[in-house]
Design a protein around this ligand. Structure first.
Ligand code: SAM
Ligand code: SF4
Length: 332
């Protein structure tokens, strides 16, 4: 079957799937405390999610990331993981991975490893229990650290994602760099996208990554690296520890030219760009026939409409309407 090539010559090889918009945490920059979730009836079943993923794999997608909401709170999520792991076994898929808050990893780490998941991204903004509670509105740092320990013991390679939240002076960044070095984890800092409709009212905590880099540079020797992974991260080597630090500045446009990804929501909407409203309904064509003909047609039409780049200007405080709205729906 033909690969998915958009009008700008970019081949789509990476599918991110938000398997649920629900979460057991309420990180203030991500969701309002009293957020209302999509009605359960609108959700694609795990079997339907598996069918859409398999259609993408048939069209050349080599990497699938499960995200959310919190992917591991979706009931029976391992049904989907097991279904997708057959594509790893056949060699059709290079990588099956997920982004998680780690709360459920004690329960699932071993089975994830058995299913062929090799590495995972874990979102952890702080190692301080009080601050963790202030950010996630949950007093569960110990549970998260235990989940991370379980994942490490299961042999999963771990990358920590930390959203850059101010003020810098807390020492949080240095602590995280040192902890990740000690544990052997990767580390990426993510610039916070404008908060707004999350009810957090904490936009004063926005911290530009340029400032983080400058401050870390006062402690360690940071050497910028040329490598990219086709995504928004830029990498820097910490000479003293040998660590590679990632910096994700979501509002900059430098990565659009090499964008290889699309995002599927738990209701079957395909977003062709995180920073645009362009979306395609895959649920209707999925349900209209038992064969994948209409679904494939809808996927082709969607890829033909992938925008060249995102449509918001860089800088804090801008366009919360596009991104803030569907962060937990599209999975970031
Ligand atoms: N629940 C999982 C987790 O937290 O890893 C997966 C979904 S979460 C939406 C994916 C990522 O989006 C997390 O790393 C989170 O920190 C990030 N995120 C959420 N809201 C954000 C925002 N306003 N700005 C930047 N990153 C954000
Ligand atoms: Fe949940 Fe992840 Fe959003 Fe935090 S960032 S509320 S863990 S979905």
């Amino acid at each position: 079957m033909s690969p998915l090539i958009d009008p700008f010559g970019r081949t789509v090889t990476y599918l991110r799937v938000s398997v649920t918009d629900r979460c057991d945490f309420r990180c203030y920059y991500c969701m309002a405390e009293d957020i209302s979730f999509v009605p359960r009836d609108d959700l694609l079943s795990l079997e339907e999610l598996g069918r859409v993923c398999s259609a993408f794999v048939a069209r050349g997608v080599r990497k699938i990331r499960l995200t959310g909401g919190e992917p591991l709170v979706r009931r029976n999520i391992m049904v989907l993981v097991r279904a997708l792991s057959r594509h790893l076994e056949s060699g059709a898929l290079d990588e099956l991975t997920l982004t998680t808050n780690a709360s459920q990893l004690r329960r699932y780490a071993d089975e994830l490893a058995t299913c062929g998941v090799k590495r995972i991204n874990i979102s952890l903004d702080t190692l301080d229990p009080g601050r963790f509670q202030a950010i996630t509105r949950q007093d569960r740092l110990a549970q998260v650290l235990d989940g991370i320990a379980a994942a490490k013991a299961a042999g999963l390679k771990i990358k920590i994602n930390k959203v850059a939240l101010g003020p810098y002076e807390t020492g949080e960044f240095e602590t995280m760099v040192r902890w990740c070095a000690k544990e052997g984890f990767g580390l990426t800092f993510i610039e916070a996208m404008p908060f707004g409709e999350t009810g957090g009212g904490r936009a004063d905590e926005f911290l530009p990554l340029s400032e983080v880099r400058d401050r870390l540079g006062e402690i360690w020797t940071l050497t910028p690296l040329d490598e990219t992974t086709g995504g928004p991260a830029r990498y820097t080597l910490v000479e003293e520890t040998g660590q590679k630090l990632g910096f994700i500045t979501p509002l900059s446009a430098h990565f659009c030219d090499s964008c290889n990804r699309v995002r599927l929501t738990c209701t079957g909407i395909l977003y062709m760009c995180l920073g645009q409203n362009d979306a395609a309904d895959l649920r209707t064509p999925l349900r209209v026939a038992a064969d994948d003909g209409p679904l494939m047609e809808a996927i082709d039409k969607a890829i033909a409409a992938k925008p060249s780049g995102h449509g918001f200007a860089p800088g804090p405080g801008n366009d919360r309407s596009v991104i803030g709205r569907h962060m937990n729906l599209t999975g970031g």
